[in-house]
Design a protein around this ligand. Structure first.
Ligand SMILES: Cc1ncc(COP(=O)(O)O)c(C=O)c1O
Length: 471
């Protein structure tokens, strides 16, 4: 015989599955439900525990129970594990088209990986910026290699993550993009080969092309991250000069290397005498659990050049990033100075001021939960609107989704058609130098859920359906 609380849990679960409650909705209070089902409050509480165990609700202290659809049954994408050959980089045409679309505020913003302002501490950053702008000489001088107050804050954070750092080991940069470019300039020369996980973040191609580098793509697995076996093979076969990896919540797959794999990666590259450029821009945004450690935490020889940024958490427009270049500090300092002397001073002071107020951790805790809900809702919608055979990533951090449509669907075609209808998306061809992701799209999940977003996803799904039906 089924116990009463299990029966109540079954009924609430059915309501959730039928869409009466959606991910992120708060369930009615226990008193209301006890009246509605004609049972005691204790029975409702037991049924909520059952639902929590089944993954359908989350309890939030002093706030109630919130619906959380268990990961939708839509499969996760697979990535071909075939090795590539070193390829010269030419990314200009497609990237410019994409960047233009990303900046057009009239479009539904599913393209660029930029958080909606609702996901950033706008008011506090405004206050910090006006505070910094009012400082006297301190705000107007060059700040090479970065304001000490900011470097001190960042050094403390890195040390807390297991990568002991002092302010003098840091170079403040204009975003992570510049940190990566400086790191590359410090350890490579034109014509060198750089190993890159694939699919990779499209902006990286700009740095690689600018520096005349060639790329060898190492396949990444949506659940495990970069293939260490594939990387080992590449190291044996080619004179690789550097390797760039996003070990925490890669863009676009949203996957993370386990600590054991991070350690193996660091050791493997150190043995091969190949510097590792770690891009940890999404590290502060796990969807659940603790902030993961960077690969830098396993670096004993200064072989890891760590790149960070506040673009995905505080403000992309402040353009504040940093580089902890390990044993390449002198080269990195020189490169930064050659490139543009120093990063703008007022944004540095503003970010330092915000960090000193101790609000960053609190902010991260709330925003992570909101990202988790936004992404789950979007995954469910993709499962609902896209053709059968579509797979969608299950990120453990960051805020983008990777959608693999059935063969025959063309992401570039959908990108162009969607643009014509006022929707921006990122198409798969941007994420590799080969055409292997032509049937893929990347969606930006950092948007508050509303009718406009749902309609846009429905339209994208219809475009894909039409293409799939013509196969
Ligand atoms: C993985 C990754 N690295 C670096 C960047 C560039 O960061 P920033 O805006 O701080 O230059 C991005 C931006 O999308 C990114 O996704």
């Amino acid at each position: 015989m089924t116990v009463l609380y299990n029966r109540i849990a079954d009924q609430i679960q059915e309501l959730i599955q039928q869409g009466a409650y959606r991910t992120g909705d708060r369930l009615p209070g226990v008193r209301v439900l006890s009246r509605q089902f004609g049972v005691s409050i204790a029975t409702i509480l037991q049924s909520h525990q059952v639902l929590e165990g089944r993954g359908f609700v989350d309890a939030r202290e002093r706030s109630g129970y919130y619906v959380r659809l268990p990961p939708s049954q839509t499969p996760v994408p697979t990535v071909d594990q075939v090795q590539s050959r070193p390829t010269p980089v030419s990314a200009r045409e497609l990237a410019v088209e994409m960047v233009r679309a990303a900046q057009d505020r009239t479009l539904v913003p599913l393209g660029a990986a930029v958080p909606h302002s609702d996901f950033m501490p706008m008011r506090q950053m405004q206050q910090a910026a006006s505070w910094a702008a009012r400082l006297g000489r301190d705000a107007q001088d060059y700040a090479f290699p970065g304001k000490l107050v900011l470097r001190r804050q960042i050094a403390q954070r890195m040390t807390a993550l297991g990568a002991p750092t002092v302010p003098d080991q840091l170079v403040i940069t204009t975003g992570a993009q510049e940190a990566i470019t400086i790191a590359l300039r410090s350890v490579t020369k034109p014509g060198d080969i750089v190993a890159l996980e694939s699919p990779f973040f499209p902006g990286i191609l700009h740095s690689l092309e600018l520096l005349g580098l060639r790329v060898i793509e190492i396949p990444s697995d949506p659940s495990q991250g970069i293939s260490l076996e594939g990387l080992q093979l590449a190291l044996e076969q080619w004179p690789v000069a550097a390797c760039i990896v996003v070990v925490n919540h890669s863009n676009p797959l949203g996957c993370r290397l386990s600590d054991a794999r991070k350690q193996r990666l660091v050791r493997m590259l150190s043995t091969a005498k190949v510097p590792l450029i770690e891009d940890d821009i999404y590290g502060d945004l796990p969807l659940e659990g603790e902030r993961p450690r960077p690969a830098k935490a396993f670096d004993r020889e200064g072989n890891v050049l760590y790149c960070g940024s506040f673009s995905k958490t505080l403000s992309p427009g402040m353009r504040i990033g940093w580089l902890q270049p390990g044993r390449y500090l002198e080269e990195a300092l020189q490169q930064k100075y050659f490139m543009n002397i120093a990063t703008s001073t007022i944004p540095q002071l503003a970010v330092a001021h915000f960090l000193e107020q101790n609000g960053y951790e609190r902010f991260l805790r709330t925003v992570r939960q909101r990202y988790a809900e936004a992404l789950e809702r979007m995954r469910t919608a993709v499962g609902h609107y896209f053709p059968e055979g579509t797979a969608v990533s299950r990120p453990v951090g960051g805020f983008v989704l990777w959608v693999q449509m059935p063969d025959g669907c063309d992401g570039t075609e959908i990108f162009r058609q969607a643009l014509g209808e006022g929707i921006s998306v990122a198409h798969g061809r941007l994420f590799s130098l080969s055409d292997k992701f032509q049937n893929c799209l990347r969606l930006n999940g950092a948007n508050p859920w509303d009718e406009k977003i749902e309609k846009a996803l429905k339209r994208l799904g219809e475009m894909a359906l039409l293409q799939a039906s013509k196969r």
